[in-house]
Design a protein around this ligand. Structure first.
Ligand SMILES: [Zn+2]
Length: 322
């Protein structure tokens, strides 16, 4: 903008009402946030200069749309931008992403996040699951040293579904039966003493040795010492995989054996349950998103809105067990 034009605009500021001044300040904030977000997104192409469709590095700039540079691949002739192929592809209103990410970091409910970011409730719902999608899998979590594991249970919920296959239950209700039942979904939480934490939805019914071998084994480093309660599946799994295993007989009132206990994992169960209370029941189909979200917040791998956006749009590297 030319200086003369700019000066003319500034001269008009004195005619603004109080509300207009506040609005202008907000608009300027959003402009700088939009720039920060777009710079971050564009940096992905600089660090990873490949076409997301065919991996070719032979591409050219092809215009500018929705605040991002567009590229055209000379190998597959498709166009793309920095967000193509990421969970944040085609999401609009980038100027509000920083505000929304802060709401996620502050564990705001869908409704509060929508109000603070001035977006529709439906958009808030869509954004939350897109922003949190990447954290739902424990792809890079490898647990080492002393590894504690224990199950916790959540009431199954069809929240948001139009067609319930059971009579409606009062919000935040309780299961009719005690212990394991089809009304509950089981979550296995494991952690090591270096602060790594991983959680898995294992479904309804008792945890099986086969499930542990197929889904959990890959996240254990060699030479771990595995601490659990006396559930048979843990014992069978450890024997088959030749893992050093120590059991704590919780039902007999045992709390620890020397330095070995499962108090860290049980403490995390409490954190998880307390944190989830604020959402007044979570649809089971989205439970993995919330587990990932709590994990990110709890282990403090992210604390700034830009870090969260980076995590949400970056493709995670494949599991690299070292
Ligand atoms: Zn291509």
């Amino acid at each position: 903008m030319k200086q003369v034009q700019f000066n003319k605009i500034v001269a008009q500021f004195q005619n603004l009402s109080h509300d207009q001044r506040l609005q202008l300040r907000k608009e300027i904030e959003h402009c700088s946030e939009l720039k920060e977000v777009c710079d971050l997104l564009e940096s992905r192409i600089e660090t990873r200069p490949y076409c997301p469709h065919c991996e070719s590095s032979n591409f050219i700039k092809h215009g500018f749309r929705n605040n991002l540079t567009r590229y055209r691949c000379k190998s597959c002739f498709k166009t793309f931008n920095a967000l193509t192929g990421t969970p944040l592809a085609k999401l609009r209103k980038k100027e509000l992403w920083m505000t929304y990410s802060q709401c996620l970091l502050d564990s705001k409910t869908l409704r509060k996040a929508a109000k603070l970011s001035k977006i529709a409730l439906g958009t808030s719902f869509k954004w939350r699951h897109r922003f949190m999608a990447i954290s739902q899998k424990n792809e890079t979590q490898v647990l080492s040293g002393i590894v504690e594991a224990d199950e916790t249970f959540f009431l199954k919920s069809q929240k948001g579904d139009r067609h319930l296959n059971r009579p409606p239950r009062k919000r935040g209700g309780k299961a009719k039966k005690r212990g394991l039942s089809k009304e509950l979904v089981s979550v296995l939480v494991a952690c090591d003493r270096s602060g790594h934490e991983a959680d898995y939805i294992t479904g309804s019914g008792p945890l099986s040795c086969l499930w542990l071998r197929n889904n959990f084994k890959q996240h254990l480093d060699d030479h771990v010492i595995f601490i659990t309660d006396t559930a048979k599946s843990f014992t069978a799994f450890s024997q088959q995989e030749e893992i050093a295993h120590i059991t704590i007989n919780i039902s007999q009132g045992q709390r620890q054996k020397g330095v070995y206990h499962i108090q860290n994992v049980n403490a995390y169960h409490s954190v998880l349950k307390n944190w989830m209370k604020r959402f007044h029941g979570i649809a089971t189909k989205y439970l993995d998103h919330y587990l990932g979200w709590c994990n990110e917040l709890h282990t403090r791998r992210i604390s700034e809105p830009l870090e969260l956006i980076k995590l949400a749009f970056e493709l995670k590297p494949p599991l690299n067990k070292t």
